[in-house]
Design a protein around this ligand. Structure first.
Ligand code: UDP
Length: 328
């Protein structure tokens, strides 16, 4: 039977994708090199292949053994700061890795690709909420690496016989019962607030207090990972039904400032979050909030968990159940 290939299925978002695809009755093959993911995060119902997207031999054997209906490509590095310090990692893993994967996929006759892209492809946007027709002007190697892959996809889809959906994620967060966020080092806001509230880490550093927002801290669009994956599953259906290659933002149209997220964590946990203001983090835009009108119109997508408190509550439940992450 046909299967969906989930690259990066041992990572945060890929593990949730695998879980929800299996629930939806799909067969799933996971490819992950475990450089940042966790073997324990791979759903037992999926076939796991330990391997790298840059390894042509692994890919060829995978595509020989499995008839892949669609690729969901999550495997990538995703930290802006790291990409500025070590751009080589990002062009090598994100661009070269995806290029190798796509070449093997074209050779094997795979017809559909769902690509994990990012709102970092837009850079500093001219207007908010962001719509998909805004110009792409990435301002760091991470955003550029994702945009480069989008451009490769555009040319490949024209020349070779396949179609893609590129989903530009805003801030993925939240958890399911089984799968949540376990990064080392952890740089993301919500898990870092948990570390501050439990005393596992020091006080949270709030990067910047003088942004052009009502409380001076950055506003982001926090999208629950299950809503995010619901959009992936809808994108598979869309392509199967003959939909054209396209881009969709993956946000909720709701913005929350860093201080608002801190307050939500305090309400959910009942604890006080110790925090201190620190210097701005380079490359942070004041306000990034998605328009999801296109995803709503074309994919019929609607976020079910828009309330930041609901999102934080799910993440907190996972954090409490897995205090040491997947290592526990
Ligand atoms: N942030 C912060 N302290 C932290 C981590 C993040 O103040 O320890 C801020 C960050 O500057 C940004 C927002 O929280 O405005 C979300 O950052 P995150 O790294 O979670 O996601 P990004 O927006 O970079 O994808």
């Amino acid at each position: 039977a046909m299967a969906i290939l989930v690259t990066g299925g041992a990572g945060y978002i890929g593990s949730v994708a695998t879980e929800l695809l299996l629930t939806a009755g799909e067969r799933v093959v996971v490819l992950d090199n475990l450089s940042r993911g966790h073997r324990a995060a791979v759903e037992p119902g999926a076939e796991f292949i330990a391997g790298d997207t840059r390894d042509r031999a692994v890919l060829q054997s995978l595509f020989r053994r499995h008839e892949i209906d669609t690729i969901m490509h999550f495997a990538a590095f995703a930290l802006v700061g790291e990409s500025v310090e070590h751009p080589a990692l990002y062009f090598e893993n994100n661009v070269n890795g995806t290029h190798t994967l796509l070449n093997a996929a074209v050779e094997a006759g795979v017809k559909r690709v769902i690509f994990s892209s990012t709102c970092a492809t837009y850079g500093f946007p001219d207007r908010v909420p962001l719509t998909e027709d805004l110009p792409t002007r990435p301002i760091n190697p991470y955003g550029l690496s994702k945009r480069m892959v989008e451009e490769i996809l555009e040319w490949y889809a024209k020349a070779y016989d396949f179609r893609y959906v590129a989903l530009r994620y805003f801030n993925a967060c939240g958890a399911t019962e089984a799968h949540g966020e376990d990064h080392e080092p952890e740089t993301h806001l919500i898990p870092n607030i948990f570390r501050a509230v439990t005393g596992e880490g020091g006080p949270l550093k709030v990067f910047g207090d003088d942004y052009a927002t009502p409380d001076g801290t950055c506003i982001r669009d926090y999208v629950h990972v299950t809503d995010l994956i619901d959009a992936h599953i809808r994108s598979v259906r869309y392509l199967r039904e003959g939909g054209m290659s396209d881009y969709f933002n993956r946000g909720t149209e709701t913005g929350n400032s860093v201080l608002e997220v801190i307050r939500a964590v305090e309400r959910v946990t009942g604890g006080a979050v110790p925090y201190a203001f620190a210097a701005r983090r380079p490359g942070d835009a004041d306000r990034l909030v998605a328009s999801s009108a296109k995803a709503r119109d074309v994919l019929g997508w609607q976020p079910l968990k828009r309330d930041i408190e609901v999102v934080v509550n799910d993440a907190w439940r996972w954090h409490q159940a897995h205090p040491a992450g997947y290592g526990g």
